[in-house]
Design a protein around this ligand. Structure first.
Ligand code: ATP
Ligand code: MG
Length: 573
């Protein structure tokens, strides 16, 4: 599948729910390697997050590929924390990442940290110095940049490039022993300052950073750079296929160079396109900014594209895996429509979510001809998609709530729900007719007086009349109050990076991305536990938020149903 096809609209998306990996070029490479007997028929992958934030939906694509491809060929996958930069890394992130990988449905074989390899990486650096392939350089960061040259101009050799092996060994040891301040020296690979690939122009291998590390504490004050650490870490773990995103393509020659110089296990790197989604940002740095500046309510805010936010919102791991399987794996970065993700979410929720009645914006209805004390138990179907889910009883009585949106005092054309003098069916109940609209002193509608037709009870022999619309309701005395958090996209623009000069992506935050409603839900939800997902009939999919407590239900709207009325209205405009 190419990038263009991967951006198909939801209806064009083929629903591939059975496998997390379908045909793609990386899979083809693995098959060819296996056929050629490479690595003795072994497939070993790794997922290497930097613990500097929570995982997002982009990481899910990488996880599904790393774990999915290995599993398909009987291979193994390590979870390796790429923790070589102590300034941004924390144990909180390590724990969150582990939880999210498991929630998504994957279990790693080995659990490793790049910091486990600090001693080995140091020893290898010493070996490279002895082999004349690395040197200690005293240029400042700015000088190093100047000396590097540009894409069109070659770089200049550092004046420290030809230090003797002995001097380099002594200085590097001094660096390790904390004798020099941060930034005063680096260890660099001695390659080629005129290479057309800038990454080859004597790349920095180690920098001095007197900083506490989340695992090694104060044992080290020099830290390896990503390029020097990543390939060797793969090699130590005998990773056969090291899969990463396209921005590392230019780093591949360096990845190979270190491995060749050291003569260690020949791991190989393969790059695929990053996932970008409309209406969201997908970089941990930016997501961290939203959290730290209190622009969202934490990493697991249900509006965030983090896996923890999506979980809280009500996403299922299956929906995310199916979405990832629907994505192309290609060599060109593109942007996927948010609707494609939502398609897979609805598809999965539709199969599994129990149906219940909830009135989000209540309007009181009094059935004037219904007996005052009568309560009838109506049979309601729990899930029409799953007959094994059974039925339940819902109480029906004289005073009910319906949605404010299901009533119009002056109905527009094609509005078939309730309006003065008109009839509508109450789902699992009766046909009712609006007789009178009651208003307060300010002219606001406060309740409707209706009559019901006793002959029309759903499922009864006498129910022969048909009306055009059926609406949902809850019984006023039985319903429970619930806080319902309605979400819209976190950004107003498809591409939040599309900003005015001098502004950043936060200028595109959607001021209306959260609306809190006080709603009425059917009594069967009394003991609903956090994380449980429901379809509120006609209103969408909702999930119980962890903020819920006994007597204080809180729901998140996961996603709406496709609202046919909104479409009709839009078309009319
Ligand atoms: P970020 O910029 O969000 O911090 P990153 O690439 O620095 O992302 P890492 O923790 O280093 O994040 O990434 C771990 C793995 O996940 C890497 O192999 C990386 O290529 C992959 N990955 C990160 N973002 C995406 C994305 N949007 N789509 C697909 N894979 C991704
Ligand atoms: Mg990174």
């Amino acid at each position: 599948m190419n990038a263009a096809e991967s951006n198909a609209t939801p209806t064009e998306v083929e629903a591939s729910t059975e496998s997390v990996t379908k045909s793609n070029f990386i899979r083809d490479i693995i098959i060819a390697d296996l056929q050629a007997g490479k690595h003795g028929g072994r497939v070993q992958t790794r997922f290497p997050p930097e613990p500097n934030g929570y995982l997002h939906i982009g990481h899910a694509k990488a996880i599904c590929l790393d774990f999915g491809l290995a599993a398909e060929f009987g291979g193994k996958t390590n979870l390796r924390f790429d923790d070589t930069n102590p300034s941004k890394e924390e144990t909180e992130y390590v724990d969150a990442i582990k939880e999210d990988v498991q929630w998504l449905g994957f279990q790693w074989d080995g659990l490793y940290y790049a910091s486990d390899y600090f001693q080995q990486l140091y020893d290898w650096a010493v070996q490279m110095i002895k082999d004349g392939k690395a040197y200690v350089c005293d240029l400042t960061a700015e000088e190093t940049r100047e000396y590097r040259g540009t894409l069109t101009e070659p770089g200049k050799d550092s004046p420290y490039r030809n230090r003797s092996v002995e001097e380099n060994l002594a200085l590097f040891e001094g660096m390790k022993n904390g004798e020099f301040p941060d930034g005063s020296r680096t260890l660099r690979a001695k390659i080629d300052m005129a290479s057309p690939n800038l990454n080859f122009r004597d790349p920095v291998m180690y920098r001095i950073l007197h900083m506490h590390h989340h695992r090694t504490g104060d044992a080290w004050c020099i830290y390896p750079m990503y390029d020097y650490a990543h390939g060797q870490s793969d090699s130590i773990e005998q990773v056969t296929h090291s899969i990463c995103t396209l921005e590392f393509e230019d780093h591949r020659p360096l990845y190979n160079w270190y491995i060749e110089q050291l003569g260690i296990f020949p791991s190989q790197q393969f790059e695929f396109d990053r996932l970008n989604l409309t209406y969201t940002v997908m970089s941990k740095r930016k997501l961290r900014q939203l959290v730290q500046d209190d622009l969202v309510n934490g990493w697991d805010d249900p509006r965030m594209p983090t896996l923890s936010g999506m979980r809280r919102r009500g996403y299922t791991p299956e929906a995310i895996r199916n979405f990832c399987a629907s994505l192309g794996v290609s060599k060109t970065n593109g942007t996927t429509q948010l609707q494609q993700l939502e398609y897979y979410l609805r598809e999965d929720l539709n199969k599994h979510a129990l149906r219940v009645a909830a009135v989000l914006k209540p309007l009181k209805v009094v059935l004037t001809n219904y007996p005052d004390d009568l309560v009838e138990e109506m049979d309601a179907v729990n899930n029409p998609e799953d007959s094994s889910a059974g039925t339940r009883k819902v109480p029906f009585s004289k005073v009910l709530y319906i949605e404010q949106d299901d009533f119009r005092e002056v109905p527009p054309p094609k509005f078939y729900r309730l309006s003065p003098g008109k009839e509508v069916r109450l789902r699992y109940g009766y046909i009712i007719k609006c007789e009178e609209v009651i208003k307060d002193a300010d002219g606001n509608i406060v309740e409707l007086h209706c009559t019901y037709d006793p002959e029309t009870r759903s499922g009864s022999a006498t129910s022969t009349r048909k009306v055009k619309a059926t609406i949902h309701w809850v019984s006023a005395t039985h319903a429970i109050d619930a806080e319902v958090r309605m979400y819209d996209t976190l950004f107003t623009k498809e591409n939040p990076e599309d900003v005015e000069e001098g502004q950043d992506f936060t200028s595109n935050l959607n001021p209306n991305s959260l609306e809190v409603l006080t709603s009425k839900v059917e009594p069967s939800l009394k003991d609903a536990t956090p994380g449980t997902r429901y379809q509120f009939e006609r209103m969408g999919y909702f999930c119980v938020d962890p903020d819920s407590a006994p007597g204080k239900l809180v729901f998140n709207r996961t996603i709406g149903l496709k609202d046919t009325w909104a479409k009709i209205e839009q078309r009319g405009k």
